[in-house]
Design a binder for this molecule. Structure first.
Ligand SMILES: NC(=O)c1ccc[n+]([C@@H]2O[C@H](COP(=O)([O-])OP(=O)(O)OC[C@H]3O[C@@H](n4cnc5c(N)ncnc54)[C@H](O)[C@@H]3O)[C@@H](O)[C@H]2O)c1
Length: 257
């Protein structure tokens, strides 16, 4: 028996990096997974690799109507939703994101995906799950939602919003007896496209910056997508039945020092 046997899951941004590893772990543990991403080519490739327990739906998490169509389709095909992982996110739209450099449209572009996208996901997920008696929502924040990020102010603010939104939705759902748990996950440096992109922010030398980041991490290494996927699997499963409004930090000890 798998840890999420028979559950119906949606993973946004599931076509790459952490989201892709989450889809794989959920399927290995018995779930059926809807990979929802705006990158249709990568999404189709992931589904081809993961087999008949995976299906792809094109979704831009900024699009309110897209969320409605996604949920209508999932409820029509599967009858319920048990797990929603709001994973899609972007780091920046340009390299220069300190308070001295950042333009308003860059700030707004990051909030639109990382904050508005997670808000729309939580709202749609709660609506779908409460009609089925409950579920688990996992939101991807970051250590950037916990500590200062002077070189990426929009990203840090968006991830702080995800942390706080998670707690508010969690408590609202708990007090109303919806049976929906909502938790946030806070990765440190993880080797994905975004992890690589973050190394050259502000025009930094990516090789030197990576060395610096790794030496600041007490465990002395970057994480891999599976490290985060395993934490998300736990929160998504009934093993975490007494957890809501919580923060799971997976960062090799970086924010503990
Ligand atoms: N990699 C890290 O070091 C790190 C650290 C902390 C937090 N995170 C968070 O983890 C999550 C996943 O990051 P990753 O490193 O796997 O990123 P990634 O860039 O490798 O993958 C992100 C995925 O999200 C999709 N996406 C982007 N915008 C979208 C939109 N508007 N609608 C739908 N899909 C969209 C992309 O197509 C892509 O498939 C993000 O929320 C990120 O902020 C990552």
């Amino acid at each position: 028996m798998g840890r999420v046997d028979g559950k119906i899951a949606i993973v946004t941004g599931g076509a790459n990096g952490i989201g892709r590893a989450v889809c794989q772990r959920l399927i290995e543990e018995g779930a059926r997974v809807v990979v929802a991403d705006m990158n249709a080519a990568a999404g189709a490739a992931v589904v081809a690799e993961l087999g008949d327990k995976a299906e792809f739906v094109t979704l831009d998490v900024r699009d309110e109507d897209g969320w409605q169509a996604l949920m209508d389709g999932v409820l029509a095909r599967h009858g319920r939703l048990d797990i929603l992982v709001n994973n899609a996110g972007i780091l920046a739209t340009t390299q220069y994101q300190s308070i001295d450099d950042i333009k308003l449209d860059e700030w707004e572009a990051v909030q639109a995906v990382n904050a508005k996208g997670v808000f729309l996901g939580c709202r749609a997920g709660v609506k779908a799950m409460k009609s089925g008696g409950g579920g688990s929502i996992v939101n991807l924040s970051s250590i950037a939602g916990l500590v200062a990020t002077p070189g990426i102010v929009a990203y840090g603010a968006s991830k702080g919003a995800v942390r706080q939104l998670t707690k508010s939705v969690a408590i609202d759902c708990a007090r109303k007896g919806y049976g929906i748990r909502v938790n946030s996950v806070h990765p440190g440096l993880i080797d994905t496209n975004m992890g690589t992109e973050s190394m050259s922010m502000g025009g930094a030398d990516p090789v030197e910056n990576r060395k610096k980041r790794i030496s600041a991490t007490p465990m002395g290494e970057a994480g891999v997508p599976l490290d985060i996927a395993n934490g998300i699997l736990f929160l998504a499963s009934d093993e975490a039945r007494h957890m809501t409004g919580a923060e799971l930090v997976i960062d090799g000890g970086l924010t503990a020092v």
